[in-house]
Design a binder for this molecule. Structure first.
Ligand code: NAP
Length: 254
């Protein structure tokens, strides 16, 4: 029996990597999907068809949006509501990294990373609240990072934005849990997405460092993060609130 039949989930950054794995997993549970990305329309369209193949009841549609734009969060939610008339699960997954040692970042780096990683989830979550409350509840799941809790090479700007997203999750839960809104986040550790596999193809030292940072001695897979998101999207208890579900192979445990 599927747990999300009749429900609608919006997943940002769903054209590849973790976001696509989340979309496929929620589709398996029967959710209809509104998927968002910016430059990867072909991949997004493929993700929609693959979601449709997971379950007969799934209606998967997509929108193209640059999520660093100032009103992107509001537009993304409005587009989903226009397409489906409801929104049950908002997954703020899209995220960007600009790397550098603290001292080297530009104003542009700062604005861009904060815009995509925190401003858009902030305003998308605010925009989702009225519809979710009217429906009697909803779930907001933010994809953060273990780098929101621990520092790592060249990730000051990224880690700061993820720490803010963890805090935002708790703040939403604090203000709205009694109105049926369940806000939680998932913090992945290093994940072997295609992007990371390509990026680290010629940097075996960094790959080894990432593996050694975990206690399981390997990078995670996108579907392992999706499992955690699916659990938060489908679990029946509303007592799991403002939680940071860490899926990091043990990285932050030592
Ligand atoms: P990814 O492979 O880089 O994919 C990012 C997705 O977000 C793509 O669909 C991309 O589509 C979309 N996106 C990025 N910037 C966008 C923008 N400005 N406007 C619209 N869409 C945008 O990412 P990932 O590695 O799967 O990571 C997904 C989430 O998990 C991120 O929040 C990331 O911070 C977090 N995370 C990842 C890891 C990891 O090891 N991979 C670890 C911890 C946390 P377009 O290219 O079309 O824009």
């Amino acid at each position: 029996m599927t747990k999300l039949a009749g429900k609608v989930a919006l997943v940002s950054g769903a054209s590849r990597g973790i976001g696509k794995a989340i979309a496929l997993k929620l589709a398996e549970e029967g959710a209809s999907l509104y998927l968002v990305a910016d430059e990867t329309e072909t991949e997004l369209r493929t993700a929609c068809s693959e979601c449709g193949e997971r379950h007969d009841a799934v209606d998967a549609r997509y929108g193209i949006m640059e999520l660093s734009e100032v009103d992107a969060g509001v537009r993304m939610v409005a587009a989903c509501l226009e397409e489906f008339g409801r929104l049950d699960v908002l997954v703020n997954n899209a995220g960007v990294r600009r790397r550098g040692r603290f001292g080297e970042f530009t104003q542009d780096d700062y604005e861009f990373v904060q815009a995509v990683n925190i401003r858009t989830p902030f305003f998308a979550s605010q925009a989702a609240l009225p519809a979710m409350r009217e429906q009697g509840g909803g779930r907001i799941i933010n994809i953060t990072s273990q780098m929101g809790s621990v520092a790592f090479d060249d990730l000051a700007l990224y880690g700061m934005s993820k720490a803010a997203l963890i805090y935002l999750t708790r703040a939403i839960s604090f203000d709205w849990a009694r109105d049926g809104i369940r806000a939680n986040c998932v913090s992945p550790g290093p994940i072997a997405t295609q992007y990371n596999i390509d990026r680290l193809a010629n940097d075996r030292a960094m790959w080894d460092k990432l593996e050694r940072g975990t206690t399981v001695g390997r990078l995670g897979a996108p579907h392992e993060v999706a499992e955690a998101v699916c659990f938060l999207a489908t679990c029946e208890t509303d007592f799991i609130q403002g939680h940071d579900l860490v899926v990091d192979g043990g990285w932050t445990s030592h």
